[in-house]
Ligand binder design. Structure first.
Ligand SMILES: NC(=O)c1ccc[n+]([C@@H]2O[C@H](COP(=O)([O-])OP(=O)(O)OC[C@H]3O[C@@H](n4cnc5c(N)ncnc54)[C@H](O)[C@@H]3O)[C@@H](O)[C@H]2O)c1
Ligand SMILES: O=P(O)(O)OC[C@@H](O)[C@@H](O)[C@H](O)[C@H](O)CO
Length: 459
């Protein structure tokens, strides 16, 4: 469903759709992707979203001033196309915890979606919830004392909401992660169940029986909003939108899981439902996100600021192609499909309208490289090969951590910077990325040689 606000106003022509989806992480990607699919579903009138910010309230405040309406600015090679998206029925600050609990108690709420970034899952070294983090301990203590107490972590908020639903007796619900994680449904299930177990084994058992954790592969390049986007939307529509979202035309959503309480007819908007997302997930995370991270660290060393600029540089392009050759050897997908996918990625990256900043992509490398770069790297080593493309990505990250390129923005910045500036930086950074990698002498030598090659002077 799309709505057409009257010029100069942001009032809906028809009522907002009833809230049946609750979303955590009211960022740009949610509004370019899941909200767009929901607005374009054949049953859009019956499915509204109540979305909560992750931390700061401003995004919700801006959207509430516009009655939840906002402009998606689709930026294609043929120009900019604005569209008002109307599926966001309510926007809340993260601190509106009572509203969140109240929504989860309602039987008509059928799906909880997430785009909260990789960091918000609070994973420890073993891949499960890091129960030793102070914020996890604090949330668990608060919920033990009062199940409706305000909490701040995503696992804590989800468990509090599910406990409220259980107490209300309003039945099953599906939690659907839309974050760039491998096995995002299983990871969400693991952190939520572990957190619930810290409070009450019966609650963890109820979650295991009544809550579905669906997985999804999500794709639509969605940069942050800039003043230029706000101005462009005003030029094209004659309306001031405080919170437009720029995105590329391409969009993909591949979902696996059950929705016992119902869901929108997302297929009618182009989503694809499959039994197992794994091959799609590997294709997307390794090829798209893996090359993004490579460019995010290597591009700035050559003076580039955006994906489009970096990939237009033959040196960066060659590194990406080498990395893709290495990763593709381990993807269970026909070669012709992979070749088409790579071509399409290069076209998407070259889109001049999508100014996707390398600095945005560079954030959180300690969480991203293990998902995007390390799988191909390890598979190549297991096959006895020395992967130069993967090594270039790791070497560029070391340079980034040493202060070259974009500023370091990483939840593990202290450890990562200490590793990259230690007497044995390549070994220590590889060990940080995956246990045992730093002991692989051939790999250490290869990354060290790439580090030199990326050093001052000709790259
Ligand atoms: N932008 C894209 O192109 C894109 C594409 C595919 C997938 N994604 C996924 O969506 C996520 C969000 O991307 P975005 O572009 O919307 O970013 P964004 O910065 O616009 O929004 C991020 C949202 O997550 C919340 N958040 C951030 N850190 C959090 C934390 N530690 N705990 C709780 N909430 C937290 C923020 O408050 C905000 O609501 C990405 O991390 C990625 O997993 C993004
Ligand atoms: O959103 P992140 O921070 O997980 O990763 C940055 C980009 O690689 C990512 O946003 C891609 O643009 C996106 O995954 C494309 O669908």
């Amino acid at each position: 469903m799309t709505g057409t606000p009257r010029t100069g106003s942001w009032h809906r022509d028809r009522p907002a759709p009833p809230v049946r989806i609750v979303h955590l992480g009211l960022g740009n990607f949610h509004r370019a992707h899941q909200a767009w699919y929901t607005a374009h579903a054949s049953d859009a009138d019956g499915w509204g979203i109540a979305a909560f910010t992750g931390r700061r309230p401003e995004a919700a405040e801006k959207l509430q001033r516009q009655d939840g309406l906002y402009t998606l600015l689709v930026r294609g090679p043929d120009g900019d196309h604005p569209e008002v998206v109307a599926s966001l029925s309510r926007a809340y600050a993260a601190t509106d915890h009572d509203e969140f609990l109240d929504l989860l108690r309602r039987s008509e709420v059928a799906v909880v979606t997430l785009t909260v970034t990789e960091a918000a899952y609070l994973l420890g070294a073993d891949g499960g919830l890091d129960v030793d983090r102070p914020e996890v301990r604090a949330d668990a203590a608060a919920l033990r004392a009062d199940p409706t107490a305000p909490v701040t972590t995503v696992p804590g908020r989800l468990v509090a909401g599910l406990a409220a639903r259980r107490a209300a007796g309003t039945g099953p619900v599906t939690v659907l992660s839309c974050d760039n994680l491998a096995h995002n449904g299983a990871v969400t299930a693991a952190v939520v169940t572990r957190f619930a177990g810290l409070l009450d084994p019966d609650l963890a058992g109820w979650i295991g029986a009544e809550v579905e954790f669906a997985s999804s592969v999500v794709d639509r390049i969605t940069p942050a909003t800039t003043d230029e986007v706000v101005t462009r939307v005003a030029e094209l529509t004659g309306r001031h939108d405080e919170s437009p979202v720029p995105a590329e035309p391409f969009s993909e959503w591949i979902v696996a899981g059950r929705f016992p309480a119902g869901r929108p007819d997302w297929e009618s908007a182009g989503a694809v439902f499959v039994e197992d997302v794994t091959p799609h997930e590997q294709r997307k995370l390794w090829l798209l996100n893996g090359s993004h991270s490579l460019l995010a660290y290597a591009g700035p060393l050559l003076g580039h600021r955006t994906i489009a600029d970096a990939v237009a540089d033959p040196r960066c392009r060659a590194w990406v192609e080498t990395f893709w050759d290495e990763a593709c050897r381990h993807l269970p997908i026909p070669a012709a499909d992979l070749a088409r996918y790579r071509e399409a990625l290069l076209d998407r990256y070259a889109n001049p309208g999508v100014r996707h900043l390398l600095a945005q992509i560079a954030a959180g490398g300690s969480l991203k490289l293990p998902l995007r770069t390390v799988p191909a790297l390890r598979a190549e080593r297991a096959a006895g090969r020395l992967p130069g493309g993967c090594a270039t990505a790791v070497a560029a990250w070391v340079r980034h951590l040493r202060g070259e390129g974009t500023p370091v923005d990483d939840p593990a910045a202290d450890r990562a910077v200490a590793a990259a500036t230690s007497p044995d930086p390549v070994r220590d950074v590889l060990s940080l990325l995956h246990p045992g990698l730093g002991e692989d002498g051939g790999l250490v030598d290869l990354v060290s040689s790439r580090l030199e090659a990326l050093g001052p002077g000709p790259v």
